[in-house]
Design a protein around this ligand. Structure first.
Ligand SMILES: Nc1nc2c(c(=O)[nH]1)N[C@H]1C(S)=C(S)[C@@H](COP(=O)(O)O)O[C@H]1N2
Ligand SMILES: [Mo]
Length: 172
């Protein structure tokens, strides 16, 4: 799929990253605070839902484990929505973001993440289809149930496992 809309420009001076449980704010960081969090490098392949894969990419940023740990957040539910500055969102099981499987990426191939690819910060969940990797991310919101995000409300799969080719809502 294409981008939902034009590339938003997100100024690090006013950038905030938040974690909510429903409407309740659990934690927030400014860009300067976020940059002091532990940095992890991830190298591997990513898969778009349409056809392409990009092999051997290198990203760095903050793992969701480190993010929750630095905020003292224990997940209050099993699902969340990743929310973005272009009003995009996408749903994920919390378990799929833990154990080093996902990060808030701020660098690609060693350079600051380009705005076109979600800079200054995007979610990276490489084991799921790439629409789950929300660009221009502004926060994570725990939800009591698995709530459909932007593409999931428009016919795409709630989970999106590329190995099982879970593209559309009713794909097994
Ligand atoms: N905020 C936001 N994130 C998004 C999208 C979007 O439209 N808005 N598109 C998704 C889709 S469909 C894909 S394939 C990837 C594309 O990432 P790329 O532009 O870095 O290749 O971003 C995903 N994340
Ligand atoms: Mo896509």
């Amino acid at each position: 799929m294409l981008a939902k809309g034009p590339t938003p420009s997100v100024d690090p001076a006013i950038w905030r990253f938040t974690i909510h449980d429903g409407s309740q704010l659990l934690a927030q960081w400014t860009w300067a605070q976020f940059e002091t969090l532990p940095q992890t490098v991830w190298r591997g392949d990513i898969h778009c839902v349409t056809k392409w894969s990009k092999l051997d990419t290198t990203w760095s940023g903050v793992t969701i484990d480190d993010l929750f740990q630095s905020a003292g957040v224990t997940p209050p539910s099993a699902y969340l929505l990743a929310e973005s500055h272009d009003d995009y969102d996408t749903n994920l099981p919390v378990a799929d973001l833990l154990g080093g499987k996902a990060m808030i990426a701020t660098r690609f191939a060693g350079a600051p993440l380009a705005a076109e690819h979600g800079g200054p910060a995007r979610l990276l969940v490489p084991h799921l289809y790439f629409w789950k990797s929300a660009k221009w991310i502004k926060g994570l919101r725990f939800t009591a149930r698995d709530e459909a995000g932007f593409w999931e409300q428009r016919g795409y799969h709630m989970y999106g496992d590329p190995w099982r080719e879970q593209r559309y809502t009713n794909d097994p």
